[in-house]
Design a protein around this ligand. Sequence first.
Ligand SMILES: [Zn+2]
Length: 183
Amino acid sequence: MSTTAVGHCSQCDAVVNRHWRHCLVCHAELRAAPTHPQVETISEVPASLPSLQTGWRELAHMTAGLEHDDPRLSPVLSALAACEASYKAGDQSGFEHAAQRVQYVMQFAPGALVRWQGHEGHHMTVLGPAMVEHVHCSEGQLWVWTEWKGQGRWVSESIIVAIGRIDAPPLSTDIPPPRGGLA
Ligand SMILES: [Zn+2]
């Protein structure tokens, strides 16, 4: 019996979630005849790392609702690939770090509240919370469209300090060093 909830698409080798009907990368059908499984499970569980098996199930649960046109898909697939690389290397902390990236990226959805670093007058401060209206992904980096004090703006994840659902406390993150100035 396999409890692996995440595997590989046999057509394009992308990491896929068993809860998905199709591979979100190449759109191949994942629920195939049992004689010809389309999802190969990711290697057996090393006996020394049973917690990672739980980790995979949590990741599968977390990402079950993704669709092929979801802006979070690309960064989620990258993070799942990083999870797998750590898993194969038996690197528990690397796995957890990549799994946190998946959890963080999944917060980027319309309706979430976001706080970010920006300017107010001549001062650098934390702006928000404001409601996320749209999410966009460019070169693996997520952006959210939000309105703050009557003005719409795109906010890059590089300046986001917290994001989360309204019904949960915002997920705190480390403040990254500013890259190429602030929007
Ligand atoms: Zn595929």
